[in-house]
Design a protein around this ligand. Structure first.
Ligand code: F6R
Length: 608
């Protein structure tokens, strides 16, 4: 949802801004721009429609020199992607520029007022009200002009402002959209996320809602909307720059799929102590566990599908009922919550607008809100009562893979922790599950070793227009996730159904041109799945099965089989999702799609 980068220091700003924009491109990629304050104290803007590479070609021809600047990569909300609507945006007097991520919801009324006062607008964006408003309120102090402007606007924003009136500063603020400040040696940075800054610094400051930072090359001053000074903590980030590189893989998505065994290992090392789950950071006293009546999980997209797997795991291991909601639905529906319930929010980025809103909407209505998050310092990680990190490292591919794996493993560990606390799970069974979990990374390698076969299946199926994914029980959410992966990166229509539901409608779609992907491990619903597969093949639809290694019959009844090692049912999603990620990846790659940056999508959805 738009990426922002800013630099102030002793180096040329342009290369730093361009490198930062490339790292942020996954957040939005329909236009991009930079503004540099040059030695003559003029602000020069270069911006254009399209990917960063077009901006790169554009700035190569120009002599953009200066040590202060802002950059932006856009995911359009208000105003079509074109050169004019691209950021940065100038004030009418060309003295001030703004880059913005978010939506100014009351921009129309502000715009009308400004027009009445003689201000002229050239773009169709909501953002353009900001530089004009800041200009209109400027009385000798740029921070105050920004602060007074932010008192007027409603909506969400992360923004960076530079002004030739005070050429030694960047003013930055956020509310509802992420922004991090990086601290270097005689230089400072702003960015929409941490990986964009890892080449320069690991010392970061995270702004809270409505805080306004005045950033000079060697100092930062933060105030709130009321103008009161705020002391900020410097956080040291333990990710390194290499973690945010492709490291020889063709795409980030492929690298991130292959990293999944590592994500599992890292979490097991962190959360298992002497053969037992140890979630010492989570505070759930025994009396609270005893009286827990329900768990509410909210999330969006892939994190929502991980939550559904979590529901099966928590209910079966602890006996506590779990309700899972889309955050965008939960925030607006009647919420029947009680202090005897626990809220869980799941988010890779920790910045998804609907998930944040859902979390805020049940604040203090449940015993506690636990966030299962990847990005440290993110809004959700700061606002939740408790945090469990999924330790997946930076996820750059827009389609989530390793974060999904981190979410699953965290939910399993949490389910075991609850099962033990509720005395539903014996020490012996805990040991059995954990022992099997420890073998999952190795099992995954055996799936990776079938990659050539998966690629060849992808080749044979890449020209179909529709796919149906089927699964049952704990593998139904994996069917949903497999279908999501395929549609978001290959643009092929795919939908998922619980296999037993198929004959209540979707079966009408099936024919020789409508392949079905069936997740059919040898578990308690195996024979039901086999019946459903027969219903499919009877209608001539081709079937790709994800099946257990020990299943010798399956190859006789389906067209293609990808085998996964036999594990106990509850853990099978950790393996069954991997071939589906690879299948989607290869189909999209064969079709020549931009796997890491699919059209219309952005990595973190910071608008509603
Ligand atoms: C799909 C995908 C999205 C995200 C969703 C939530 O591959 O990545 O569906 O899962 O936008 O994002 P987070 O987890 O950052 O809240």
């Amino acid at each position: 949802m738009c990426g922002i980068i800013g630099y102030i220091g002793h180096r040329e700003a342009l290369p730093i801004l361009m490198q930062g924009l490339k790292k942020l491109e996954y957040r939005g990629y329909d236009s991009a721009g930079v503004a540099i304050l040059n030695k003559e104290n003029n602000i020069e803007i270069q911006k254009c429609k399209g990917r960063i590479k077009y901006l790169e070609d554009m700035v190569r021809e120009k002599d953009l020199k200066g040590t202060i600047g802002l950059g932006h990569t856009r995911w359009a909300t208000h105003g079509k992607p074109n050169d004019i609507n691209a950021h940065p945006h100038f004030s009418g007097d060309h003295e001030t520029v703004v880059v913005h991520n978010g939506i100014i919801e009351n921009y129309l009324s502000i715009k009308e007022n400004l027009i009445l006062n003689g201000y002229q607008f050239i773009s169709d964006t909501d953002t353009e009200v900001l530089p004009h408003l800041i200009q209109s309120l400027y009385q000798g102090n740029i921070t105050e002009a920004v602060r007074n402007s932010l008192k007027i606007v409603t909506g969400s924003y992360a923004l960076g402002v530079i002004s030739k009136k005070e050429p030694d500063k960047i003013v930055a603020s956020r509310s509802g959209s992420p922004l991090v400040i990086g601290i270097g040696d005689q230089e400072m940075f702003i960015a929409s996320d941490i990986p964009a800054l890892l080449n320069y610094t690991r010392k970061m400051i995270f702004l809270e809602e409505n805080e306004i930072a005045t950033i000079e090359k060697n100092c930062i001053h933060v105030v709130n909307l009321e103008g009161e000074e705020i002391k900020k903590k410097v956080v040291y980030i333990d990710w390194d720059a290499q973690m945010a590189e492709k490291s020889g893989y063709k795409h980030f998505m492929l690298k991130e799929i292959i990293q999944q065994p590592l994500v599992i290992r890292d979490n097991l090392v962190k959360y298992i102590d002497s053969g037992r789950v140890n979630l010492s950071d989570i505070h759930l006293p025994q009396n609270i566990v005893n009286s827990l009546e329900k768990i509410h999980i909210v999330a969006c997209g892939t994190a929502y599908y991980a939550s559904l797997v979590g529901k099966y795991a928590i209910e079966s291991l602890s006996g506590i009922p779990v309700e899972v909601d889309y955050a965008s639905e939960f925030r607006y529906r009647t919420q029947l919550l009680s202090k005897n319930s626990l809220g869980i929010v799941i988010s890779q980025s920790g910045e998804t607008a609907d998930t944040i809103a859902a979390m805020r909407s049940c604040k203090n209505q449940v015993y506690s809100e636990l966030a299962i998050v990847n990005v440290k310092g993110s809004t959700i990680s700061r606002e939740a009562d408790q945090v469990m990190y999924i330790n997946a490292g930076p996820e750059i591919g827009v389609a989530s893979t390793k974060a999904f794996m981190g979410q699953l493993i965290s939910l399993y560990l949490f389910a075991i922790f609850l099962g033990k606390a509720k005395k539903q799970l014996s020490g012996q069974n805990e040991e059995k599950i954990l022992n099997e979990m420890m073998r999952i990374p190795h099992h995954m390698e055996t799936i990776f070793s079938q990659d050539d076969k998966i690629k060849s299946i992808a080749n044979q199926f890449s020209n179909y227009q529709h796919f149906l994914y089927l699964g049952r029980d704990i593998n139904f959410p994996i069917a949903l996730e497999g279908a999501l992966k395929l549609k978001e990166i290959s643009y092929i229509h795919a939908e998922a159904y619980p296999a037993g539901e198929m004959k209540h409608g979707p079966i009408a779609l099936l024919d020789v041109n409508f392949p079905v992907v069936a997740i059919v491990p040898r578990d308690h619903v195996y024979h039901k799945m086999i019946n459903n597969i027969k219903e499919v093949t009877t209608r001539d639809a081709p079937v790709i099965a994800v099946a257990s290694e020990s299943d010798e019959q399956i190859k006789e009844i389906v067209d293609k089989v990808i085998y996964i090692p036999d594990v106990q049912t509850i853990l099978s999603p950790l393996l069954s999702v991997v071939p589906l990620q690879l299948l989607a990846y290869h189909i999209a790659d064969i079709l020549g799609k931009d796997v890491d940056k699919p059209r219309n999508l952005a990595k973190s959805v910071t608008v509603e």
